[in-house]
Design a protein around this ligand. Structure first.
Ligand code: ZN
Ligand code: ZN
Length: 156
């Protein structure tokens, strides 16, 4: 249960578990490269949207990184509307963000929100049957947890 998870990015360090204040969730962070692993199971308990089926975009390419949880190859894709590449496990639904990617996505989203008068084009993340896209899932995750991420990382 408490088996150490190897960092998928730098591959040398074990991830360190950090509990999120006032939330019943723990994130796994790399003390070296500062990447963050979001466990789908933990997030599902916290975020209703994360409990729905996660959809890996069609254009996602197999990454050379392995899921720290289930060892499946992670799938890499550009987060819609950004140049940020995120890694998602299509098997267990976990999400890996490299250092700075959460901030980069949030910054890009703020820019997009300001220009939201134009209709959203179809074609980024493929919609799942429940209508929840990976895009939505990541958005909500970052909204809920974003403000604590910096504090967690600075505490490493
Ligand atoms: Zn690392
Ligand atoms: Zn996995």
């Amino acid at each position: 249960m408490a088996r150490a998870m190897r960092c998928p990015a730098c591959r040398t360090h074990s991830l360190v578990e950090r509990r999120v204040e006032n939330r019943n969730v723990a994130l796994d962070l790399c003390p070296d490269c500062k990447g963050i692993w979001f466990d789908a199971g933990e997030l599902a308990a916290l975020l209703p949207v994360a409990a729905r089926r996660l959809c890996v975009p069609r254009d996602a390419a197999p990454s050379d990184r392995a899921c720290p949880r289930c060892s499946s190859p992670l799938r890499a894709f550009h987060y819609p509307g950004t140049q940020v590449t995120v890694d998602l496990c299509g098997k267990c639904g976990g999400l890996w963000l490299d250092a700075g990617e959460a901030a980069a996505i949030r910054a890009a989203r703020q820019t997009r929100a300001q220009a939201r008068t134009s209709p959203r084009r179809s074609g980024g993340a493929a919609a799942s049957a429940g209508g929840v896209t990976t895009h939505d899932w990541v958005d909500v995750t970052l909204d809920v947890l974003g403000y604590v991420l910096e504090a967690l990382l600075s505490g490493l």
